[in-house]
Design a binder for this molecule. Structure first.
Ligand code: TXA
Ligand code: MG
Length: 316
């Protein structure tokens, strides 16, 4: 838990302080041209878990990674032709691109919800730029509001919703764009608008010289099955609330249930969230069926249970 939140103007020494907080795994509200983001080190699993905790998100949606420039973005994602064209045309700016995750990127699995794709954006706001360069890494940053509440376009909005849950709010006044970034991904070869946002579809279509497909099934361009499911699904079956492994099962433990591996031996839900996708992958790679210890439904446990119940749901 983080007690005191400092509301700071974006002078150089305050940005340096905020960057230091990020390096320590703490959270910073970062002004961007779209909305204020709740930023945490995208390579630090605990920092990313804290983002979900602070927002009180009932589920783990994949988060957008914010990079200072295209060169840094290309260390995290693989930019094919069209992605490169959009990045060159619209970055820095209110555009997010979902591209294949680059191997060895070091991004915490919770950021991508265990997917092998990653959403990346280069924000244009000078304070976001300065913070990213001062930090020297990349941050995961959803909008800086409690889950289910409206997105913050001023530092006061952030303070009203999240005071005490982050180290620093950098106050740079109201956001210019005021709505979130447009998210573009690809289904097979086709660009798809996953979320409308700050950059209009027409501008993107003009840049690519093609029509954008909406994620809703389009009869002319059927979506590749599973492309849009936003979470990693293990191949193995998943049994919940398991206190011990049955024959042929790999047990993921928590607290008193030791298991073959554990989400958190001490029963810490933030630690458990930070390890969830990594351990699901590891369990799946054993080729065994997966069993998982009971996880209490409080704090991040709600999101963990939401994710697990999806993983355990009968497959079509
Ligand atoms: O304007 C914005 O984009 C703001 C500011 C702070 O930059 N950020 C923002 O981030 O809205 P976030 O993390 O809330 O957006 C997450 C959304 C997810 O709900 C999902 O739609 C999409 O990004 N997303 C992220 N990773 C994805 C992936 N690998 N595949 C498909 N969609 C993804
Ligand atoms: Mg949001």
């Amino acid at each position: 838990m983080q007690a005191e939140t400092r509301l700071l103007t974006p002078e150089t020494e305050h940005i340096a302080y905020a960057a230091m907080m990020l390096a320590q795994g703490r959270l910073v509200a970062m002004p961007t041209e779209t909305v204020y983001g709740l930023a945490g080190d995208a390579r630090n699993p605990s920092a990313v878990a804290r983002i979900f905790e602070a927002k009180g998100r009932p589920s783990f949606n994949p988060l957008i990674v914010h990079a200072p420039d295209l060169a840094t973005a290309a260390e995290i994602g693989v930019f094919h032709d069209e992605a490169l064209r959009l990045a060159t045309a619209f970055w820095p700016g209110a555009m997010t691109l979902v591209v294949p995750l680059r191997e060895g990127s070091g991004i915490a699995p919770l950021v991508t919800a265990g997917l092998d794709s990653v959403a990346i954006r280069v924000p244009a706001h000078p304070v976001a730029q300065d913070l990213l360069y001062a930090f020297g890494g990349v941050v995961a940053a959803p909008s800086a509001n409690p889950s289910g509440r409206i997105s913050p376009t001023t530092a006061q909005h952030v303070a009203e919703g999240l005071d005490g849950k982050l180290a620093v709010i950098l106050d740079a006044g109201p956001c210019m764009v005021g709505v979130e970034s447009t998210i573009i991904g690809w289904q097979g070869d086709y660009p798809v608008m996953l979320r409308p946002g700050g950059i209009p579809a027409e501008a993107i279509e003009a840049c690519l010289d093609t029509t954008l497909t909406l994620p809703a099934a389009n009869p002319d361009r059927p979506a590749a099955p599973g492309m849009l499911s936003s979470h990693y699904a293990p191949r193995a079956s998943v049994r919940l609330n398991a206190n011990e492994a049955r024959d042929g099962e790999f047990l993921i433990g928590f607290g008193e249930v030791a298991g073959d591996v554990t989400l958190s031996a001490s029963g810490d839900l933030t630690e458990a969230a930070s390890k969830l996708f990594e351990l699901l992958h590891r369990a799946d790679n054993t080729g065994k069926q997966i069993a998982i210890a009971p996880i209490p439904v409080r704090g991040l446990g709600m999101a963990i249970n939401d994710r697990l119940s999806r993983a355990a749901a009968p497959r079509p």
